[in-house]
Design a protein around this ligand. Structure first.
Ligand code: ATP
Ligand code: MG
Length: 382
């Protein structure tokens, strides 16, 4: 079978690697160059997007900011999963919040903003501090402002007004203001739904962000009540969207109550640990779902952690001296802060995982790999 992925980054690469043993052959559409490329070598094919859509058995996406005309073409083929509605929902925070409200899944209190008076009202209604986000753009914490005092309103509004003005009638740009949630921690749930509506869900992942970017995830720590809350949210949202493929949901954990932060209608950085920690990774399950194959087991084999490699030109080879460590390099040109690869580590117990993270911390300086030592210490002490 042949599969076309919209987007040619590391997620397409890892889906392609997972699809190969299933005889699923992946080609990728690079939205920037508008070319069909090989997801591992970046070799450019002469095939047009239209030809590729006609040739393949299924189409999916590695990100949600896809031009509308491309989405429309793909949807017209009836081969596109998880479908336009899901992609649009993940790509627009206003649509996302409307879905959460419809499915009665809790999220941070918010107000939509299209003029300055709305911003002033949001400050009164929600209180300070506020996290203000662009609805349609932004990733890795970009396209966000933090409003802590009234004297920031004019400055933030002038920057927001530029963003709103850069929209068009077909592509309106809007802003959302959210109450800043004093969360205890951030977690995410990742699962897959097949074409018949069966779902499989991975163990919850605990995520650490540094400057708005995911730096470290740990899976296998969770109590069943929290896992159940996250699974309930997953099932409500996936069923409402008649979803096919892998869906990720990020939450804030506030004293044991989960509030949704955002959805990602795709495989997700916080699920990279599944390449080693479970029988069937998020990449393989996404490929299976869109290809119409049975879904694979998401049961935890080993507790696991994932460390992002940001802006580095290599992954230190010494990390491979540590037991149960795998290195995943994306083959991209290094740029400061860019996601270049990740390191997975698994163990039989949380204590042992902590010991392995302590060994890894010897090779991974805190400045480039924040939180490795602190996570190790907290796992060992617990
Ligand atoms: P990504 O796509 O990489 O997940 P993003 O740019 O879409 O990131 P968010 O996930 O919405 O942005 O926000 C990035 C981070 O900012 C969150 O993981 C969280 O740490 C913080 N943050 C966002 N919204 C809030 C909020 N309402 N209260 C407190 N912290 C928040
Ligand atoms: Mg996020």
């Amino acid at each position: 079978m042949k599969i076309l992925i919209l987007g040619a980054g590391q997620l397409a690469r890892m889906m392609s690697l997972a699809g190969a043993p299933l005889n699923l052959n992946v080609v990728a559409y690079d939205v920037g160059s508008k070319k069909i490329v090989h997801p591992l070598t970046n070799e450019v094919y002469s095939t047009t997007l239209e030809q590729s859509i006609a040739e393949v058995d299924a189409i999916t996406a590695e990100f949600e900011h896809i031009p509308d005309d491309v989405l429309t073409l793909c949807c017209a083929s009836n081969k596109f999963y998880p479908g336009k509605a899901a992609i649009k929902t993940g790509g627009d925070r206003a649509i996302e919040k409307a879905l959460l409200s419809k499915t009665e899944v809790a999220c941070a209190p918010y107000k939509l903003i299209t003029k300055k008076a709305h911003l002033v009202e949001a400050v009164t209604a929600l209180g300070k501090p506020l996290v203000i986000k662009t609805c349609q753009a932004g990733y890795d914490g970009k396209g966000q402002w933090r409003l802590k005092s009234d004297d920031q309103i004019d400055q933030i509004w002038s920057e927001m007004a530029d963003f709103i003005a850069s929209g068009s009638e077909q592509m309106p740009h809007t802003i959302i203001a959210e109450k800043m949630i004093p969360f205890d921690r951030e977690v995410s749930i990742i699962g897959a739904r097949d074409k018949s509506g069966n779902t499989v869900i991975y163990p919850l992942t605990e995520n650490q962000h540094t400057n708005g970017v995911l730096t470290l995830s740990v899976a296998g720590k969770e109590k069943s009540a929290i896992q159940q809350q996250a699974e309930d949210a997953f099932n409500k949202i996936a069923n409402e969207l008649n979803y096919v493929g892998v869906l990720a949901i990020e939450f804030f954990d506030v004293d044991g109550q989960l509030l949704v932060n955002e959805l990602a209608p795709r495989v997700h950085n916080s699920g990279h640990w599944t390449q080693q920690g479970v029988h069937c990774s998020q990449f393989e399950n996404h490929m299976r779902a869109v290809a119409g194959l049975p879904l694979g087991s998401t049961e935890l084999k080993q507790v696991s952690a994932m460390i992002n490699v940001l802006g580095q030109s290599v992954i230190p080879h010494d990390v491979l001296k540590v037991d149960n460590v795998t290195s995943h390099w994306y083959g991209k040109t290094p740029k400061p802060g860019r996601k270049m690869g990740h390191i997975n580590v698994s163990a039989a117990s949380l204590h042992e995982l902590g010991e392995r993270l302590a060994e890894l911390a010897e090779y991974l300086p805190e400045e480039q790999y924040p939180g490795v030592l602190a996570t190790s210490t907290s796992l060992i002490l617990n």
